[in-house]
Design a protein around this ligand. Structure first.
Ligand code: FE2
Ligand code: FE2
Length: 101
């Protein structure tokens, strides 16, 4: 990473991302589990993968990995496209049918 300001910005992004994601994923998993979502385990595994990537990013940050900002941006873009726009939409349809959402 280039300078102190960039490092501070990245530290803030990673901290907020971790805090928000943990809270969001926990609520989502609780809802899916309570409503008997058939792909609950697979969905939960995807969340665990996401959180493990955040953990890796934190380590990469500590190690001052030069390409970290690119990797975080690409990972988040893929997460939005693959998980939020596909996997999450799939459970929303399921919950809609059950009248939960
Ligand atoms: Fe999800
Ligand atoms: Fe989600």
């Amino acid at each position: 990473m280039q300078d102190k300001e960039d490092r501070l910005a990245m530290a803030r992004i990673l901290a907020r991302l971790e805090k928000y994601s943990k809270a969001h994923l926990e609520v989502e998993e609780k809802c899916l589990n309570e409503n008997g979502y058939p792909h609950y385990e697979t969905h939960k595994q995807a969340h665990q993968f996401f959180l493990s990537k955040l953990e890796q990013f934190r380590k990469d940050f500590e190690a001052d990995k030069f390409t970290l900002h690119f990797e975080v941006a690409i990972f988040l873009k893929n997460w939005v496209v693959n998980h939020i726009m596909n996997d999450d939409k799939e459970y929303k349809a399921f919950l809609n049918e059950k009248g939960v959402m």
